[in-house]
Ligand binder design. Sequence first.
Ligand code: PHE
Length: 337
Amino acid sequence: MKEKLTSIRQEALALIAQDGADLEQIKIKYLGKKGELTAVLRGMGALSAEERPVVGQLANEVRADIEAALGEKAQQLRASALEAQLKAEKLDVTMPGSSPAVGHLHPLTQVQRELEDIFIGMGFSIAEGPEVELDYYNFQALNIPENHPARDTQDTFYIAENVLLRSQTSPVQVRTMEHQKPPIRIISPGRVYRSDALDATHSPLFHQLEGLVVDKGITMGDLKGTLEIFAKKMFGESTRIRFRPHHFPFTEPSAEVDVSCYVCGGKGCRLCKGEGWIEILGAGMVHPFVLSNCGIDPEEYSGFAFGLGVERIAMKKYGIDDIRLFYENDERFLEQF
Ligand code: PHE
């Protein structure tokens, strides 16, 4: 029996020492309920009283040795598994990192800020007004009563009968004059809406920048000088501007103002549709009706106003020939600015 126990120990320890030993299997094979060591212990009843304690002690030693070997081997396996994992996950802190993609301002925002900077440099400050506007401010106070034909060219989206999405930034003129006494020198950039079909030059949502100056003795000369300085700052010193007579209900006299084409310099090209000029804004002297509507005496004060399209300016500046590019958010387009 002693020999049997000794050979069990030898066999078990040899198995445990092997590479890739299945420790759980070995444990069951020798120490399990039906294991070899257990079988030997069961047979101890047949031993003599003297032999029993001796064999019992040896059996305990064998069990202890096998358990110790199993524990030690398990410990080794855990350690080498951890080492392998650490090796596999090794981090090279000297590798260059992947740089995060950093975005930038949308070209329309860039242009709007550039416009703001130019006018702020000329002493203007920024005024704001709501995009959801009352009919009164968008039309009536601007000398566009119900049934006026100007409402056709600025057809917009209605929230309720007298509440609409503003079709122009001009209502900010009225809101400003209502609560601010002259001298007034403001610009007001923002979104405007018209129920126009989307094509290369029209969008139901676009951006304008309104300008308003009211003081004693303001003349059309001030308007021309201001816009000429603006055009040269925006498009370069060689840029020319031209005034064409026009009609707006809220200015008198009124003009449409063109700048010489950035792409062709005036010869005529696709961007300026062969004209050599690009219309960028509407302007004029504030109509006396609008002044007195806002509680400003037209006998004492006069003013000029202008409204320009931010998209048009951006298209002119960058040679972009389709307004839709601004709103599609195609990164291949946006990345270029
Ligand atoms: N609001 C006019 C438009 O949208 C532009 C404009 C503004 C004209 C101010 C004259 C004065 O067409």
